[in-house]
Design a protein around this ligand. Structure first.
Ligand code: SF4
Ligand code: SF4
Length: 105
């Protein structure tokens, strides 16, 4: 096989696929307000959580007019908590031995 035929996967999704998780029993990521009056519905036009999160934890579901939180994919980077313009995200680090497992951590 020629070296140029070897497919090199460098995308974020490929790298996320190399991580391991030990699922925690409770969500470490929550929306403070997820109701019909939440800022996600009433004020947040751009919904940066759905584009900033590298693990695609947040998805805007237009049919239900709400943000879905796939908390079990979280890689604990903290970006969403800092970047939510309406401070609507609670982000707690999982307990010892739970959550994402990094190669060198
Ligand atoms: S960035 Fe914050 S306010 Fe905007 S959709 Fe996400 S959680 Fe809701
Ligand atoms: S902490 Fe990072 S990986 Fe986890 S939900 Fe927030 S942005 Fe996504």
């Amino acid at each position: 096989m020629d070296i140029k035929d070897i497919k090199v996967e460098t995308g974020v999704e490929a790298k996320l696929g190399t991580l391991e998780w030990k699922k925690q029993p409770e969500a470490n990521i929550l929306l403070k307000n997820s109701g019909a009056d939440a800022p996600c519905v009433t004020k947040c036009k751009d919904k940066p959580c759905t584009t900033v999160c590298p693990a695609k934890v947040y998805e805007w579901e237009s049919s239900h007019n709400k943000v879905i939180v796939n908390y079990e994919n979280c890689i604990e980077c903290g970006a969403c908590r800092m970047l939510c313009p309406f401070d609507n995200i609670t982000c707690e680090w999982p307990g010892g031995g739970q959550g994402v497992k990094y190669k060198y951590g």
